[in-house]
Design a protein around this ligand. Structure first.
Ligand SMILES: O=C(O)C(=O)C[C@]1(C(=O)O)C=C[C@@H](O)C=C1
Length: 239
C-alpha cells in the first residue's frame, strides 16, 4: 500500500516487508516490459537529438519528472526524482504526508548509484541487441524500471527508521559511538537477504513464463532465461 496519512505506529517491520515484497513484482514486470524492446542505442546517444548533448532517455526522464513533480509525485517521501527540479510551480495543493523520516535519513539519496548501475550493469544483462525504432517506449520503460528500483532501494530508509524505533536505546548507543559494524549487524539479516534473492529468482521464472491454456508446461520466455542466467552469474554464487 502506498504511504498515506496513517500514523507512524501503523508502519511496522511486517507492513514494510509486505510492501517490499510487492515492490519486487513491480520491478520484475517493469524489467520484462523493457525486455520487449531491443537495445535501441539511439535512445542513449547524447548526440542523436542535438539538444544540449542530452540523450533521448535523459531528456525524456527530465521532462517527465518535471511534469510529474507539478502534479505532486514528489510530495510523497517514498518518491525521489533522479533530476530534482526546484520549480515552484505546483498544480496540486500540498498534501500533508507523515514525516516518518528523521531529517538526516530523509537526505539519504543514492539515485546516482541506481542510475549508473541500471544503465551500465543491469540493462546490458538481459537486453537484446538491435534497433526496433521504439525509442520513446524504450525511454518510458527505462523510467518505470528506475522508479520502481529507486522506491525499493530507498525504502531501506523507512525500514531503518522502524528498526530504530523498536530499540532506540541500543541504536542511539551505537550511533553515538559511530560504531558502524554494530549498526550494520543491527539492521541486516543475511538469512532474510538470502530468502529475498531466492524469492526473486523464483518470481522471475514464474513471471517470465508464457502462460498458455493448452500447454501443461509453460514456456520460458527469453527475458527470464537471459535475466536468470546473468543474475545467477552475478549473485547466486554468493548464496
Ligand atoms: O526486512 C528487513 O529487515 C530489511 O531491512 C529489508 C532488507 C531488504 O532490503 O530486503 C534489507 C536488509 C536486511 O538485511 C534484510 C532485508
Amino acid at each position: 500500500r502506498p504511504l498515506n496519512d496513517a500514523p507512524m505506529e501503523s508502519f511496522t517491520l511486517d507492513s514494510l516487508r509486505a510492501s517490499l515484497e510487492g515492490q519486487e513484482d513491480v520491478i520484475l514486470l517493469c524489467l520484462i516490459e523493457r525486455a520487449t524492446f531491443a537495445n535501441n542505442s539511439p535512445t542513449y546517444d547524447p548526440s542523436y537529438l542535438g539538444v544540449q548533448n542530452l540523450s533521448i532517455v535523459e531528456l525524456f526522464i527530465r521532462q517527465t519528472e518535471a511534469m510529474e513533480a507539478k502534479f505532486g509525485r514528489y510530495q510523497n517521501p517514498e518518491e525521489l526524482p533522479f533530476f530534482p527540479n526546484s520549480s515552484p510551480i505546483q498544480m496540486v495543493p500540498p498534501h500533508k504526508f507523515p514525516q516518518i523520516l528523521y531529517p538526516p535519513a530523509a537526505s539519504v539519496n543514492v539515485s546516482k548509484v541506481i542510475w549508473d548501475a541500471y544503465f551500465n550493469e543491469l540493462l546490458p544483462m538481459f537486453i537484446k541487441d538491435g534497433d526496433d525504432g521504439n525509442y520513446q517506449q524504450t525511454a518510458a520503460a527505462d523510467l518505470s524500471c528506475l522508479q520502481a528500483l529507486s522506491k525499493r532501494i530507498h525504502y531501506g530508509r523507512f525500514v531503518g527508521e522502524v528498526k530504530f524505533s523498536e530499540d532506540p536505546q541500543n541504536f542511539s548507543h551505537a550511533i553515538q559511538a559511530k560504531d558502524i559494524q554494530t549498526l550494520m549487524n543491527m539492521v541486516t539479516f543475511a538469512s532474510l537477504e538470502e530468502a529475498v534473492v531466492k524469492r526473486v529468482f523464483k518470481k522471475a521464472e514464474v513471471f517470465g513464463q508464457n502462460v498458455t491454456l493448452e500447454q501443461q508446461d509453460a514456456e520460458k520466455d527469453l527475458f527470464s532465461s537471459h535475466l536468470i542466467h546473468y543474475m545467477s552469474k552475478r549473485w547466486k554464487s554468493s548464496y
